[in-house]
Write a new protein. Sequence first.
Length: 329
Amino acid sequence: MASLHDVALLAGVSKSTVSRVINDEYGVKKATRIKVMKAVEEVGYVVNQVAKDLKSQKTNLVGVIVPRVSSHATAQGVDGLSQVFDDAQKHVLLASCQQNAEKEIEYIQLFNKKRVEGIVLYATHIDQQLVHAIQQSYAPVILVGQDGSLFNIPSIIHDDLRVGFEAGNRLLNAGCRQIGFIGVADSDVAVDKLRSEGLQQALQMRQAEPLLFHSHGEFTIESGYSQMKQLLETFPQTDGVFCATDRIAIGAINALKDAGKTAGKDVKVLGVGNDELSSVCSPSLSTFNYAFDKAGESAARVLLELIEGKPQVMSKVVLTFQNIDRETC
């Protein structure tokens, strides 16, 4: 195996000069740098990346923690951030915590041991344990999906309160009077708490009937189906449902169908996210489009600034949404 000495001998320079070229240090003439790199290629010298990283204190690694890899939101977000990191010559280490809060903290600690330069966390909750883990992290952490700005954690969030408010107005404008919300765990402030609060604010402002129900399920079609099936038994008067995600809404549409009701006619249904399934389910789902790819891009850019030590002028970035009108509302 070729050594540093072999490169130096062929290039006609000292080993220290070869080392400085390999480690991208200043003070080496361009002609010498070209000669050394040509010698590296000719002798087949393989750079010890670990040693190089230790010397430069840079690994060019960033950690990305997601709740699950099968999510439409996750896939679009990772696509968005990956392009930005690729352009910056950073390599992404992806970890899925399977919606396990303890694993989020474990991966933050593990990524620090791997000496990543920064971490993007797609969070499904925010509590004191998570905040403490982020504050103890050597690598800067940016949150996507939950607002950590109160704890001085840079965050990229969607306008969840306003999307709930808009959902209420859309359902009321469609003639609904008995409106319910199918959410997720109440520990998820963005997806469950804020979207339901926005919905209730719209009902109150329009002096409509109060929210008929607020149920808590999971981020799956199966959960949406079971929740809607049970709710129809308890609240048969339901004529409008806002679901926290598109997949929950698709499950609700199927439950309505099995109960002899038609989504969009007997019961108006709205989702969130513009999942790829929302346009092909029957009837097609009316929803809100979230720019998940732009969230990933924004997170990557802010994290790169943190890595470079640039001062932050915004504690959080709030992304807007677009109404998607289809058959269910």
